[in-house]
Design a protein around this ligand. Structure first.
Ligand SMILES: CC(C)(COP(=O)(O)OP(=O)(O)OC[C@H]1O[C@@H](n2cnc3c(N)ncnc32)[C@H](O)[C@@H]1OP(=O)(O)O)[C@@H](O)C(=O)NCCC(=O)NCCS
Length: 397
């Protein structure tokens, strides 16, 4: 396999489930040597999370592909010393434990930076490593709730709603990745590493864009408004003969195209709809005008008519349609196939970064628990088969 952008960078990936593993996955697809370090007693929690094929977790397989894996019982004193030796050889450590867990193990950043001052230590947690709620455990749904996302997702009068995927975890993993990559660049100049402390809640809060700014600047508390957008209109789902279609005429040019395609050019100069702010203020009347047109067509007709003219529109894809879409699956190769031991052929989800010289691609199947113990401990620390057998016998690895 050709080398990636991060070739030569060694990452110790202590993460579990999604937020942290997502960061390690992106770095591994970009060619870093990502060593998944798992508790020999069961490993990553996601090994027990479905969907399963032949009792093997597809969840784990997706987010841990491209990594190699070893086991290490970090509660064992000998294992702690082994971990410190690994830290000397590594560039990056990532973890998503409850804050304080690494310190309890005697392996907090303050200890590790003494061993390797160039080490970059990335942590993602529910609330971050500072502040009164720091010690709380956190999952995605807590991040989405505390970060304000749930309060503005859903329909007027309906319950606050979790976004359909764990966006809090994914955002946390992305921000951890950005922080780690920036720290790697800075280390080239200074020779020093640092700690990156990312909270799921902060990551969600930072994604709340205009929703937060509306309150900060006007005092109005944004509510659930379905698929409508506070900042521009028409930008919504609209009814057609065979279901809902998305139209996003976000600026005056695109609105003008929409009016022409609808055969209603007079709406361009209608004083109720002149500027973005007018269309937002009069969104109900605007919706009636657009819906009257969309209801005469099918989803595919609206999609084609508008996109041919240059105005963004789309069907609301179900997952079965999305994964075979010729653009997403075909041209952009977002669902490559790997051969995962215990599972067989599996379409996983690719990294979305498409690079011109190097590739961010799945490089290998996810490791079985402790699969690479011999090569990792052999190559990095010089342990032979006898030593490995002894460590296994003592419950260290
Ligand atoms: C996910 C989460 C809620 C799980 O809570 P938890 O099960 O209490 O997890 P902890 O982080 O406290 O770690 C569990 C234990 O495993 C131990 N452990 C972890 N890796 C180990 C290893 N390799 N060897 C031995 N023990 C290990 C820890 O030392 C800890 O032990 P303790 O309970 O005696 O302190 C919590 O880790 C958390 O809030 N993480 C940050 C936010 C996050 O990433 N959420 C999930 C997003 S996908």
């Amino acid at each position: 396999m050709e080398k990636g952008l991060l070739d030569g960078i060694v990452v110790l990936d202590l993460t579990r489930v999604l937020a942290g593993p997502y960061c390690g996955m992106l770095m591994a697809d970009m060619g870093a040597t990502v060593i998944k370090v798992e508790n020999p007693n069961g490993g990553d929690d996601s090994r027990k999370m479905g969907p399963f094929v032949n009792d093997n977790s597809v969840y784990f397989a997706n987010f841990n592909r491209s990594k190699i894996g070893c086991t290490l019982n970090l509660k064992n004193p000998e294992a702690k010393e082994i971990f410190k030796e690994l830290v000397k050889k590594a560039d990056v450590i990532i973890e998503n434990y409850r804050p304080g867990t690494m310190e309890k193990l005697g392996l907090g950043y303050d200890v590790l930076k003494e061993i390797n001052p160039a080490i970059i230590y990335g942590a993602v947690s529910g609330f971050g490593h500072t502040g009164p709620l720091s010690k709380r455990a956190g999952y995605d749904i807590v991040g989405q709730a505390m970060g304000g996302l749930m309060s503005t997702t859903g329909w007027p009068g309906g319950d606050a709603t979790r976004c359909g995927t764990p966006m809090g975890d994914v955002l946390g993993g992305l921000h951890l990745t950005i922080g780690v990559l920036a720290a790697l660049v800075n280390r080239q100049k200074t020779g020093l590493g640092e700690k990156i402390d990312v909270a799921l809640v902060d990551s969600v809060a930072s994604a709340m864009e205009n929703i937060t700014m509306i309150y900060q600047s006007t005092g109005r508390i944004p509510q659930r408004i379905g698929n409508r957008y506070e900042s521009t209109y028409p930008y919504d789902s609209f009814p057609t003969k065979d279901g809902s279609v998305i139209i996003a005429a976000g600026n005056n040019k695109l609105y003008s195209i929409l009016c022409d395609v609808m055969g209603k050019p007079e709406l361009k100069t209608d004083p109720r709809f002149l500027e973005v702010r007018d269309r937002v203020a009069n969104h109900e009347a605007m919706r009636e005008e657009v819906s009257a047109w969309t209801m005469q067509h099918t989803i595919d007709e609206v999609d084609k008519l508008l996109n041919d003219a240059g105005c963004p529109a789309s069907p609301v894809n179900t997952i079965d349609r999305m994964v075979v879409d010729p653009q997403i699956a075909g041209a952009r190769e977002m669902f490559p196939e790997i051969d995962q031991p215990g599972i067989g052929k599996l379409h996983i989800t690719a990294a979305p970064q498409k690079l011109t010289r190097t590739k961010a691609v799945p490089r290998k199947a996810a490791p079985l628990l402790g699969e690479d113990n011999a090569s990792i401990y052999g190559e990095l620390l010089g342990f032979d088969a006898e030593k490995l057998a002894e460590l296994k016998e003592k419950g260290v690895i």
